[in-house]
Ligand binder design. Structure first.
Ligand code: FES
Ligand code: FES
Length: 153
């Protein structure tokens, strides 16, 4: 027997019948069809499944979809709809990613950080990225890009 759940994803409403054990990550990818939240560790360690839930980052593999009933969810697809967001441009200009698997989660962590701290310190950037694993870059080009985005007027 499914549970009726309403998710608002990137401003669009989805009324879904879900298994109560279904994670938000599974619902987003399998039902809503957004593919930017990546399936990584599925136990809260890597941050590749990061989305914004009512403006705050969560690891969507650790949230049940029923817990997100009525919430506003933003995925990478909902960022910079009219062109790239400033932080995305900065990440691009700094060649911040290699394989890109971590990129959706890192962009959302950066968006949350810059909303709270428009001109973050290096320490704040490092703290904001603490839950997002990147296996390729050593983080420096990512940190530099987010700091550059924070220097924009
Ligand atoms: S897949 Fe969710 S934290 Fe790794
Ligand atoms: S660019 Fe490959 S995991 Fe970050």
């Amino acid at each position: 027997m499914g549970h009726r759940v309403t998710l608002r994803v990137n401003g669009e409403q989805w009324d879904l019948d879900l298994d109560p054990a279904e994670t938000l990550l599974e619902a987003l990818r399998g039902r809503v069809g957004v593919k930017s939240p990546k399936v990584g560790c599925e136990r809260g360690d890597c941050g590749s499944c990061t989305v914004l839930l009512n403006g705050q980052t969560v690891r969507s593999c650790l949230v049940l979809a029923v817990e997100a009933d009525g919430a506003e969810i933003t995925t990478l697809e909902g960022i910079g709809c009219e062109g790239l967001a400033p932080v995305q441009r900065a990440l691009l200009e700094h060649n911040s990613f290699q394989c890109g698997f971590c990129a959706p989660g890192i962009v959302l962590s950066a968006v949350e950080l810059l909303a709270a701290h428009p001109h973050p310190t290096r320490h704040q950037v490092q703290e904001a990225l603490a839950g997002n694993l990147c296996r390729c870059t050593g983080y420096e080009p990512i940190i530099q890009a987010i700091l550059a985005a924070g220097e924009e007027p």
